[in-house]
Design a protein around this ligand. Structure first.
Ligand code: SF4
Length: 79
């Protein structure tokens, strides 16, 4: 159990905010869009929380696997 990332890559605009705020787990790919390196976060969201909160298109979702609910965006389609 812990937190899991779902990245809606088709909504990514490639501005690089995630890779800037959380370079340990986000990188910019050759196609100009972001890639998440590890989707299973365990109990510590770390800087992924900052990335999700500041992503301009809100395409980074963090789900609490114990509840199945998104913990960042209240309008998350996965909640
Ligand atoms: S912050 Fe969001 S929109 Fe920007 S590159 Fe990262 S995932 Fe894509």
């Amino acid at each position: 159990m812990g937190y899991k990332i779902v990245h809606d890559r088709d909504e990514c605009i490639g501005d690089g905010v995630c890779a800037s705020l959380c370079p340990d787990n986000w990188e910019m790919a050759d196609d100009g869009l972001a890639n998440v390196l590890n989707t299973e976060l365990g109990d510590d969201m770390g800087c992924n929380k900052d990335a999700a909160e500041n992503c301009p298109t809100q395409c980074i979702h963090i789900i609490d696997e114990s509840t199945g609910k998104c913990v960042i965006h209240t309008d998350c389609k996965y909640a």
